[in-house]
Design a protein around this ligand. Structure first.
Ligand SMILES: [Zn+2]
Length: 292
């Protein structure tokens, strides 16, 4: 499998001179099997750039989007995803399980108040599936998918993708140790992400942010590292970076953690534009944003 990060920031887009390296767009990750079949995880502002992959109008495109939940930073890019304006495109949106029956928010943001084009005017064939994530396990093309309930205000769904004899876990936004009643316990998370080739997990905060932000629905990178070690994950990427966290601050955290872990765990803060070939487990030269 291959992973491409199009948006890695949490909460809100964060452009500017201090987010050039890790990126300022909100959550969107593209996963592709070796046979070319693909899944898009979340539809934050990063999905606008992903449009370029589907720019060939002479092709029929079939696109599957798995949404974790309906918070802004996971749906806001959808009106700017160019395939929705192509009549030879079908888009299947599988929504996460949320508390507020708000599964159609990704479309309702195009009902006339927040965006000039209304969703019923879109030429693409768009379907919304709000039941699949309830199942806990399903197949999508050649992917097998399992789900787990997020610990997050208003709920949401985490996904594990299986294909090419590999496993990718996508867990955001998620508070591993919340002060409120948890939907998924620590031990259940260990089971869910166990032996993953790649774990992509929310780590918006660090220990210094606590206790102020305890209960806001995100984890610290220290907690996530512990989880990854316990679950014997091979590669850990942090995502949902705090919008206030600068490149310099993230790089300092990253270097310190890598020095601490040494060979125990391969870990990095996800960078917008980075492409990883899981078959090789190394960063390729293909980068679509400015790197250091
Ligand atoms: Zn959220």
């Amino acid at each position: 499998m291959k992973i491409e990060f199009y948006g890695v920031r949490g909460s809100m887009p964060s452009p500017g001179e201090h987010t050039v390296i890790y990126g300022g767009n909100t959550s969107c990750v593209y996963v592709e099997l070796n046979n070319g079949q693909h899944i898009i995880l979340d539809s934050g502002t990063g999905i606008a750039k992903l449009s370029e992959k589907f720019s060939n109008n002479s092709q029929n495109h079939s696109i599957n989007i798995l949404l974790t939940h309906s918070h802004w930073d996971h749906i806001q890019g959808f009106p700017y995803f160019q395939p929705i304006y192509q009549n030879n495109t079908s888009i299947n949106i599988i929504t996460g399980v949320t508390d507020n029956n708000d599964n159609d928010m990704i479309l309702r943001q195009m009902s006339g108040t927040n965006h000039p084009v209304k969703y019923h005017q879109l030429p693409a064939c768009i379907t919304l599936n709000s039941q699949l994530a309830h199942k806990g396990q399903f197949t999508l093309n050649d992917f097998s998918v399992t789900t787990q309930a997020l610990n997050h205000p208003d709920g949401g769904t985490a996904y594990c993708l299986y294909g090419d004899d590999q496993k990718i876990a996508y867990v955001t936004d998620n508070e591993l140790i919340p002060p409120y009643a948890e939907s998924t316990t620590w031990d259940e998370w260990v089971d869910f992400v166990a032996d993953a080739d790649v774990l992509i997990h929310d780590a918006q905060y660090n220990n210094q942010d606590m206790p102020l932000k305890h209960g806001w629905g995100h984890s610290t990178f220290e907690q996530v590292t512990q989880l990854a070690l316990q679950a014997k994950v091979k590669q850990l990427f942090f995502i949902s970076h705090d919008p206030q966290r600068t490149d310099k601050e993230i790089a300092a955290q990253e270097l310190a953690l890598q020095n601490t872990l040494q060979n125990k765990l391969s870990v990095a803060w996800a960078k917008e534009g980075a492409v990883y070939d899981i078959n090789k487990m190394e960063l390729t030269a293909t980068n679509i944003s400015i790197m250091d």
